[in-house]
Design a protein around this ligand. Structure first.
Ligand SMILES: NC(=O)c1ccc[n+]([C@@H]2O[C@H](COP(=O)([O-])OP(=O)(O)OC[C@H]3O[C@@H](n4cnc5c(N)ncnc54)[C@H](O)[C@@H]3O)[C@@H](O)[C@H]2O)c1
Length: 245
């Protein structure tokens, strides 16, 4: 892949950190958008000889997102790849879900990608080349009972992926979604994966082991590849075969 400038939201830890390290490892200058400290990500990338710009920003804040995108484009001289990864997935029974829970989940998981992508698009268009990658979830195929608000948000992001792909296809920009299964990040281990969650999900999978963040890297690189310009509007499920989509 030639060096394209990438923004990864939620790059401080978990999947976002792995995505940032992987793209930096392919020569991409990478910026991370996060509300948390990104020094671990920065150290991993810089120790490996890569380039990383940590930008402290809440991706649900419109004004801050615009400023953050401008900062990245000015610093690296452009912007080509947007990975909308920041998200929350708190398990809550449907009958216990408050309107505040609902709004909090939709705000980060849907407003975030909308704001970041909308702010970044002029830069992708200026380059006549772009990759927007939305991190959704295999829950859109499985529909687990304790993740109704979350599943709704990620299904919304699948719709966003499809319609936006149509809107920007003529500009050399692809828009795709990657759907991980339950993956052993710190957050998943403490929440969805706790109390036997990993065992239950593993029992559904064709590949009988717990998904790791590294399992998603080849798909991210594939979607972002120079040769993937005809791949757009798709949701690629990488969950060990629990949902055979
Ligand atoms: N881990 C899984 O099992 C799994 C499975 C399917 C999909 N996903 C999706 O993958 C993505 C990453 O999951 P993860 O397990 O790595 O999560 P995580 O909790 O480890 O990381 C999320 C990151 O987003 C950041 N963040 C939170 N709110 C933010 C905000 N307002 N602005 C900017 N950054 C913010 C956090 O600080 C954190 O660094 C999420 O969208 C999640 O829904 C995860």
């Amino acid at each position: 892949m030639s060096p394209r400038v990438a923004v990864i939201t939620g790059a401080a830890r978990g999947l976002g950190q792995e995505f940032a390290v992987a793209l930096a490892g392919r020569g991409c200058p990478v910026a991370g958008f996060d509300i948390a400290d990104q020094s671990v990500t920065q150290k991993r990338i810089e120790d490996a000889g890569g380039s990383f710009l940590p930008v402290p920003v809440d991706v649900t804040d419109e004004t801050s997102v615009r400023a953050a995108v401008t900062t990245v484009a000015d610093y690296f001289g452009g912007l080509h790849i947007v990975v909308n990864n920041a998200g929350i997935f708190p398990p809550i029974l449907f009958e216990d879900t408050t309107l505040d829970d609902w709004h909090r989940i939709l705000r980060l998981n849907l407003d975030g990608p909308f704001l970041v992508t909308r702010a970044a698009l002029p830069h992708l268009r200026a380059a006549s080349w772009g990759r927007v990658v939305n991190i959704v979830s295999a829950v859109v195929f499985l529909g687990p009972p304790d993740l109704v608000a979350y599943t709704t948000s990620k299904a919304g992001l699948v719709g966003f992926t499809r319609a936006l792909a149509t809107a920007v296809g003529a500009d050399g920009i692809t828009v795709n979604a990657i759907a991980p299964g339950l993956t052993a990040t710190e957050t998943a281990i403490a929440t969805t994966g706790a109390d036997g969650g990993f065992d239950r999900v593993r029992a559904l999978q064709a590949v009988p082991r717990t998904e790791r963040p590294e399992d998603l890297i080849s798909t991210l690189l594939y979607v972002c590849d120079e040769g993937s310009g005809f791949l757009t509007g798709q949701t690629i499920n990488v969950d060990g075969g629990s949902a055979r989509h």
